[in-house]
Ligand binder design. Structure first.
Ligand SMILES: C[S@@+](CC[C@H](N)C(=O)[O-])C[C@H]1O[C@@H](n2cnc3c(N)ncnc32)[C@H](O)[C@@H]1O
Length: 295
């Protein structure tokens, strides 16, 4: 296990169970956990598949317990997994925490083209707290437009003094955010990268500036990146070298890793753009020179 970073942002390059054990109990304000889903994704050569579903759940229960243990008494926990495993998480966690919302991250995915059944267009997220009477929830920071109030300017005549409906509201439990696609600026080379916007809502709602946010399965370190942007502190844990490199770069914690310069991978369309720009530059140089020589 190797630790990188500074007082505010740490990356633990290691296994989640081992790394979580090293954190102090009751020390974390917000945990966002997006583990492997046991659906056969390829995490840099490491297969996301357990021998049996029971084995997967047994492993999950271990890190779920650790997350509960590390959370402060007023802390919040957001956890994801595949739709088929979420009911098990739900039953396990509601004996240990208070589940306040069962969220659906909905996306319109052109990649989903099931023909003989209904393609999956969402991922579930549980939002839990330790103490349902004392937890951070920054309503003002996550308000969204209330369509009825904002657009139709209806008046609520049931009130003693008739009032215009609110134009803003707390988001409901279905959240629509586009999946991270290859052409998006935030794209990194990882099969299950989560969108910045999703983490922005979670971190803004359930933590304050200076709070500690932990992500035990960091992947591209979206959670830690957003935590840093929003002035929170962060600890991100990740097993794979390739993804730790992304984290070190995204969080600007290092310029090199084991002697290798950390740079964002150039995407195919950027190579074409770069080549066109270089050709244009070359053309302008020779053309300019040609014109210059004529006069
Ligand atoms: C679903 S992805 C997380 C994606 C992340 N939320 C993002 O936005 O990029 C799960 C990550 O957990 C990592 N992982 C798998 N098993 C692990 C373990 N035992 N300890 C730490 N990380 C692990 C994988 O390498 C993968 O990057």
């Amino acid at each position: 296990m190797e630790i990188f970073g500074n007082d505010r942002h740490k990356i633990i390059h290691g296994e989640a169970l081992q790394a979580l054990t090293t954190l102090a109990n009751n020390s974390v304000d917000l945990i966002f956990a997006d583990p492997p889903y046991n659906i056969g994704k390829n995490f840099n050569g490491h297969k996301d598949r357990w021998a049996t579903e029971e084995d997967y759940l047994e492993w999950c229960y271990k890190w779920l317990d650790l997350c509960v243990q590390k959370l402060k008494s007023n802390g919040s926990f957001y956890v994801m997994t595949a739709t088929q495993f979420m009911p098990f998480f739900d039953i396990y966690l509601r004996k240990r925490l208070n589940i306040l919302s069962r969220l659906v991250w909905y996306y319109d995915s052109s990649g989903v083209q099931a023909k003989k059944y209904y393609g999956s267009m969402y991922e579930p997220i549980l939002f839990c707290v330790k103490d349902k009477d004392k937890y951070t929830f920054n309503t003002e920071d996550i308000l969204v437009e209330a369509k009825t109030g904002a657009k139709r300017k209806l008046i609520d005549y049931r009130k003693t003094i008739p009032t215009v409906y609110n134009s803003e509201k707390v988001p409901g439990n279905v959240w629509e955010y586009a999946r991270v696609r290859y052409r998006m600026d935030e794209y990194e080379n990882h099969p299950t990268q989560k969108p910045i916007a999703l983490l922005e809502r979670i971190i803004k709602a359930s933590s304050n500036v200076g709070d500690l946010v932990v992500d035990p399965f960091s992947g591209t370190f979206t959670t830690c990146f957003v935590a840093k942007e929003l002035g929170r502190n962060s600890i991100g844990i990740e097993l794979q070298d390739e993804y730790v490199k992304i984290g070190l770069r995204r969080l600007q914690l290092a310029k090199e890793f084991k002697g290798e310069k950390l740079q964002k991978e150039i995407r195919t369309f950027e190579t074409v753009k770069l080549a066109t720009a270089n050709n244009l530059k070359l053309f302008e140089e020779t053309h300019g020179k040609y014109i210059h020589n004529k006069h």
